[in-house]
Ligand binder design. Structure first.
Ligand code: PMP
Length: 405
């Protein structure tokens, strides 16, 4: 059991009032708030050991390097990667996917090859592959979804051919909350010797992610969606791929020997960490993982399941409200429309009541097109939210309907 009151007191921003109303923050899918443990870790880094990593022989640089590599080890343990070399620090999910699309694409994708993604991807897991396809004259194939927002796995199997080079799918859909059967997707791909990238931007903070057990080839996520600092993220990649893939960005820190004639590169993971990385952010991200480990992932899963069930039930009570994404396996993300009231109007009225939701296509226009809508209202919850806040949302929506319906 989580002590929610105590937890909420650790997130200073949650005590805020907006327009004189207590803040109800249901935009965790976009970014989560930060507990004092993370804020303090970042502050401590700038106060007590800020110095550029790996380069100095001096005291502060040594401490900073140690903390950075300690953060890498903490994250390796959290996702259960086999080796620290397999954990690359990036600026976030988008940066990680671009890195793989470019680098894997450079090495393994040629004219006529095929890449499989799905209809419910975030633009970050569509556009880099599309650009790669344009560059290499390859083809992008898309797994269709059923009306409940779950992937059509049979159709996926049929998309695989001897030209398929990589499959890239989200662990969890940010627009609908669907948890995809990634192990099954990976199993099918692997039985055809095809690697799989899993976009874990919405997966890492809601479940027990074990990349070893999942057996994905790449797993990517952002620190800011998992209670950590902005501008941080991770690319987990199996060593066998990362070793073979060329560097993405080049410059300082990723090189071994530089002459004007030829440059040799650093070993993993540094080969993929050009320039000054967000070393303070990495320490903050490790503090975030530490924090959720302390709460217990199983406790988080249970709490969020209760919040999902409660909020779904309450929202379904509202006449004229339609939920998009009703698959069995979901995180507490509820995407809906209210009669034919425009989502922006709903969002703006809720905002005046202190309730933060996201409206629009959630950077996932293809899935909106699939449902024939231009957007939804999305309430994305996490463990620090309460059923009382859900009640406030319901009241707010009833008010919206009264005013606009
Ligand atoms: N993929 C998914 C599923 C997401 O939800 C997001 C963020 N909304 C991203 C990728 C991109 O993450 P970031 O903007 O942190 O790079």
């Amino acid at each position: 059991m989580l002590d929610i009151e105590k937890i909420r007191s650790q997130f200073p921003i949650l005590a805020m009032e907006v327009y004189g109303k207590p803040l109800v923050y249901f935009d965790n899918g976009a970014t989560t708030h930060k507990p004092v443990q993370v804020i303090n870790a970042v502050s401590d880094a700038y106060t007590n050991f800020n110095s550029n990593i790996h380069r100095g022989v001096h005291y502060l640089s040594d401490i900073s390097s140690e903390k950075y590599e300690g953060a890498r080890e903490a994250i390796r343990q959290f996702v259960n990667a086999g080796k620290r070399e397999e954990i690359i620090f990036t600026a976030g999910t988008t940066a990680s996917i671009n890195m793989v699309a470019f680098s894997f694409g450079e090495k393994y994708i040629g004219e006529g090859d095929e890449i499989i993604i799905s209809t419910i991807e975030h633009h970050a897991n569509i556009v880099p592959w599309q650009v790669l396809c344009e560059r290499k004259k390859a083809k992008l194939l898309v797994i269709p979804v059923f009306d409940d927002g779950s992937l059509d796995i049979e159709a996926y199997g049929k998309l695989i051919s001897d030209r398929t080079r990589i499959v890239a799918v989200s662990h969890v859909s940010n627009a609908l909350g669907t948890i995809n059967p990634v192990k099954e997707i990976i199993g099918i791909a692997h039985s055809n010797d095809i690697p799989v990238l899993v976009d874990g931007a919405q997966g890492i903070q809601h479940g027990d992610v074990d990349v070893n057990e999942m057996n994905c080839d790449f797993y990517v996520f952002s620190g800011h969606k998992v209670y950590g600092p902005t501008g941080t993220g991770v690319l987990y990649g199996k060593e066998k791929w990362l070793e073979e893939m060329p560097p993405y960005q080049t410059g300082g820190d990723m090189v071994d020997k530089v002459t004007f004639e030829k440059t040799t590169y650093s070993k993993l993971p540094f080969k993929f960490e050009a320039g000054t990385t967000n070393f303070v952010g990495a320490v903050g991200m490790a503090a975030a993982f530490n924090y959720i480990t302390g709460l217990g992932i199983d406790n988080i899963i249970q709490r969020e399941k209760e919040l999902l069930d409660y909020s779904t039930r309450r929202l379904e009570e509202i006449e004229g409200l339609k939920i998009y994404g009703t698959a069995k396996d979901k995180i507490p993300v509820i995407s809906f429309v209210l009669e034919d009231i425009h989502q922006y109007d709903v969002g703006m009225i809720l905002d005046k009541l202190g309730i933060a939701v996201r409206t629009g296509s959630h950077c996932a226009q293809p899935i909106m097109d699939r449902f024939g809508i231009d957007g939804t209202i999305r309430a994305s919850l996490c463990f620090y939210n309460t059923t009382g806040e859900v009640d406030a949302l319901i009241e707010g929506l009833l008010k919206v309907r009264e005013m606009m319906g």
